[in-house]
Design a protein around this ligand. Structure first.
Ligand SMILES: [Zn+2]
Length: 198
């Protein structure tokens, strides 16, 4: 059986908020018993303070309060479910129109629109592969398999310049929650506990 010699190459250690413990990362190297040039390495994180490890989450040499992360995750969860509802509304209301739009627009023009950096629905391939796909699988298949989330659907519908009060309302809800997430992320950064090396 092959044996590996395990040793700690270096330790990066930081003081925890209460000042009684520490946390950090161990750089561990394993050398092959027979061939010392064969090595494996890993980084092992440790948190040696029972109290602080209950309340903080690590982010490199910074610590974030668990409750702050939880609040942020809740907001992200809200965005996720809102975005699913948004997608459901868009695909239910606009699928036929989108397909119609595809049918009535010249493929080269359509391709340019879809691969434009502001739309970005089709970032890969060329206009030829796009055309081939449509010929082989059809427009419906393209729409259903490439416009799969609220953001791309919204961009697609945007190209068609529709007027829809419900949609505007939904857009506002989405923007509001995205803004909340951004603000919350900024606020949390202010509260990060920046630790010092010990
Ligand atoms: Zn502590």
């Amino acid at each position: 059986m092959v044996r590996w010699e395990r040793s700690v190459r270096s330790i990066e250690r930081f003081l925890c908020p209460c000042g009684k413990g520490n946390f950090g990362t161990k750089h561990i190297v394993e050398e092959h018993e027979m061939f010392s040039d064969r090595t494996r390495e890993e980084y092992e994180e440790f948190f040696e303070c029972h109290e602080c490890s209950k309340f903080y989450h690590r982010n490199g040499n910074k610590l974030i309060k668990n409750e702050d992360i939880q609040r942020l995750n809740e907001l992200k969860g809200n965005l996720n479910s809102l975005s699913k509802q948004h997608y459901a509304y868009l695909s239910k209301t606009y699928r036929d129109q989108v397909i119609q739009f595809f049918t009535n627009t010249k493929k080269t023009v359509l391709w340019k629109m879809l691969s434009h950096r502001d739309i970005g629905i089709s970032r890969e391939g060329t206009v030829e592969t796009f055309r081939k796909y449509l010929n082989k699988w059809g427009i419906e298949s393209y729409v259903d398999s490439n416009i799969k989330d609220a953001f791309s659907y919204r961009k697609m519908v945007n190209l068609m310049q529709v007027k829809d009060a419900i949609l505007e309302q939904k857009d506002n809800e989405m923007h509001e929650i995205i803004k909340q997430i951004r603000d919350e992320t900024e606020a949390i950064k202010e509260l990060w506990f920046v630790t010092k090396d010990i």
